[in-house]
Write a protein that binds this ligand. Structure first.
Ligand SMILES: C[S@@+](CC[C@H](N)C(=O)[O-])C[C@H]1O[C@@H](n2cnc3c(N)ncnc32)[C@H](O)[C@@H]1O
Length: 252
């Protein structure tokens, strides 16, 4: 295998898989996204090349940008060195992992997929929110809020008692909430927002469908809609690991 499509998890390097950690330590080239936590990049070996191909929000042509990223991966992969393509969360959850996989495979490059903890499920859990709960929420739907119609359709198609987790929904939160209220969803429906989850700047915002449009939220954030959202815990319960003495690599 020459290219590894690796999930970087939601932020905190403690939430990486063992496989991801090992691959970061031995990669020759790491191609990373804007969403990846800088602490994760400290696990890359000194001397390895780290390339940031993060697409900025509002980039003029996202398809062209994606094609350039795939071309870069093919180029590095064809050199036969160990390439880690690092993506926030899980590479196959709204991560365009499939497109990169196809581009690499059609160029004859071996690829291995290393799943990561997706923000959609890990951030609620870290904040005390069970996305399913017996008698409360019997299923969970993960949808993008990038497009209002699509998000509304996904929510309305889900069972009434489903928990809905929306990614990329910050900009459209007011429009989505308004449409769901119009469709008869209760204004008091709990919504939990986790902004910059699993980082030192994490913010947890409890709100409701009615208040969502007015809540101050910055991207990146996950929105959890449904009764389980009422369980959002205000404080991080995580034990802080003792500080690590071992020197970590600087990033090229
Ligand atoms: C392009 S999607 C990629 C999702 C990623 N592949 C995953 O599995 O988490 C980006 C969206 O994921 C969510 N997200 C990812 N990491 C996050 C974090 N640390 N805190 C809050 N939201 C996050 C946000 O909704 C963001 O807009």
């Amino acid at each position: 295998v020459t290219v590894y499509l690796v999930g970087a998890g939601p932020g905190d390097p403690d939430l990486l898989t063992v496989r991801a950690t090992r691959l970061l330590a031995r990669a020759d080239v790491v191609v990373t996204d804007r969403l990846v936590d800088p602490r994760v990049l400290r696990l890359v070996a000194p001397g390895a090349l780290v390339v940031d191909v993060g697409k900025r929000a509002g980039a003029t042509d996202p398809a062209a940008a994606q094609a350039r990223i795939s071309a870069q991966l093919v180029e590095h992969g064809a050199r036969g060195v160990t390439v880690v393509r690092l993506k926030g969360g899980d590479p196959f959850v709204f991560g365009r992992g499939a497109e990169e996989l196809d581009a690499l495979r059609s160029a004859g490059i071996d690829v291995e997929i290393v799943p990561g903890l997706t923000s959609a499920l890990a951030l609620p859990a870290l904040a005390g929110v069970p996305v399913t709960e017996r008698g409360v929420a019997s299923s969970v739907v993960v949808a993008t809020g990038h497009d209002v119609d699509g998000a509304v359709r996904a929510v309305l198609a889900a069972p009434r008692d489903a928990t809905v987790v929306l990614l990329m929904a910050v900009a459209n939160r007011g429009a989505i909430a308004a449409r769901l209220l119009d469709a008869g969803r209760a204004p008091s429906t709990p919504v939990a927002v986790i902004e910059r989850g699993a980082s030192s700047q994490e913010r947890r915002i409890p709100t409701t469908l009615e208040q969502l449009g007015d809540a101050e939220i910055e991207s990146p954030a996950v929105l959890i809609v449904g009764p389980v959202a009422a369980r959002l815990e205000a404080h991080d319960q995580k034990e802080v690991a003792p500080s690590q003495d071992r020197a970590v690599a600087t990033v090229a």
